[in-house]
Design a protein around this ligand. Sequence first.
Ligand code: T5A
Length: 212
Amino acid sequence: MTIPRFITVEGIEGAGKTSCMDLLERRIRERGHQVLVTREPGGTPMGEDLRQLLLGHRHDGMADDTELLLMFAARAEHLHAKIEPALAGGSWVLCDRFTDATYAYQGYGRGIDLQRIATLETWVQGKRRPDLTLLLDLPVEVGLERAGRRSTPDRFESQALAFFERVRRGYLGLAAASPGRFRVVDAGQSLDKVSQQVTAAIDAFLDQADSR
Ligand code: T5A
């Protein structure tokens, strides 16, 4: 049996992660693998409650450290209750955002020391890291315009443009530092063209995983 793989999808708001997740799930299932589809923050009943605290406007003045710790609290529960049991049971896991989002948003966006994030990452995750991360990259203005078309802005979407520029640069820096794990997709193109790039990336990964 193929070793189950942990795949994450990242990108700024409006990058198109939702359509990308659907496509990835379909391609993985077509190869005969079970796959658990989940998201962060969230993925468990407690994680979804924390998501509401983090994304809603009830706590607009939340301290940056509180935000960081709540992200990792949700992640600890998610790993314990959902991700690790799924992988141990032979299912692949496909997650909409994971710890790269913490580096990008809390680290590069808010300015929290990256070393503190790395300490929490090791504490909460041990050696667990994604096997493949698709980064949907696009200009900030395009992403925010797409996201804004859809709903009223959440606590993150209400941030200034400069915040998202730092987040985007942070993501690209993370991808450059781990080229073996990341595939960067040009998400500023039409949905068809984005889908082609995502399909090529996941098919190549599946070919490699299935041949082992
Ligand atoms: N966060 C999260 C942290 O700060 N730290 C962390 O550790 C974690 C885990 C989560 C928020 O929490 C933050 C980051 C986030 O701010 P979320 O709901 O997961 O929020 O993330 P969002 O980015 O807000 O989700 P969005 O739904 O806005 O983005 P998507 O999923 O990337 O965008 P999607 O697919 O819904 O597309 C948006 C719109 O664009 C259209 C779609 O049809 C849709 O209308 N679209 C396109 N239009 C034209 N061309 C294309 N190629 C298109 N692709 C999509």
